[in-house]
Design a protein around this ligand. Structure first.
Ligand code: G3P
Length: 217
């Protein structure tokens, strides 16, 4: 499973990238706001760090305007994936931009039918939002599973990019289901390294080591 990092925080991206944990990056208007940076400048900087797909989202609502924005965003770097919302205009935009050879990430997906439409429109990535479905007492992981089955039934090559991941357990479940990609905030990726028994075991080793009175260096 590929790991994308869901942030526009350049320092956090660079830290994870140095560890080989970053296969791509996803941003959205809320994350650009959080970064406090200009969208073009920060996206360019991210693309200079990460060689995999970097999603940059359009903000227009009409297809014609979305297409123009998508083309401008795609000029930032060759690894830009233009992110469009799963609306009818977004699907039109997806079809046009993917036909031009641009990567397109169709976002804000909350149903299997929406995912089916995105694949038909030539999406490179479909982004189903797990956490936001869980927030309203629906099952986000079940959606990932349904899309996996549907795409496999028909051999669609659109990649399932599990998004709105809130916990390390979401990552495990997405990997078990067979999501192609997961995108998570840096804190969730770091939380994957934590285990209470690791902490407990290390604590014991440190205590016993101190008792030996030895040093390695
Ligand atoms: O990738 C989409 C993500 O940024 C949304 O996450 O936690 O705001 O639902 P969240």
């Amino acid at each position: 499973m590929k790991f994308f990092v869901d942030t526009a925080d350049v320092e956090a991206i660079a830290e994870l990238n140095d560890l080989g944990m970053v296969d791509g990056v996803t941003t959205n208007p809320s994350l650009i706001l959080k970064s406090g940076r200009d969208i073009i400048e920060v996206t360019k900087e991210i693309c200079s760090i990460v060689s995999g797909p970097v999603s940059a989202e359009v903000v227009a609502l009409k297809a014609e305007d979305m297409i123009a924005e998508g083309r401008k965003l795609a000029e930032i770097a060759p690894n830009i994936a233009v992110k469009v919302p799963l609306t009818w205009d977004g699907l039109k935009t997806c079809k046009v931009l993917s036909s031009e050879g641009k990567m397109v990430n169709v976002t804000l997906c909350f149903s299997a039918n929406q995912a089916l439409l995105a694949a038909k429109a030539g999406a490179t990535f479909i982004s189903p939002f797990i956490g936001r479905l869980d927030d309203i007492n629906l099952d986000g992981l079940e959606l990932i599973s349904d899309i996996r089955e549907i795409y496999d039934n028909y051999g669609f090559d659109t990649q399932i990019l599990a998004a709105s991941i809130r916990t390390a357990n979401h990552v495990t479940q997405c990997a078990l289901i067979g999501a192609d990609v997961m995108t998570a905030p840096p804190a969730v990726i770091k939380a994957m390294a934590s285990h209470v028994l690791t902490d407990k075991g290390l604590d014991q080793f440190m205590k016993d080591w101190a008792k030996t009175g030895q040093k390695i260096i």
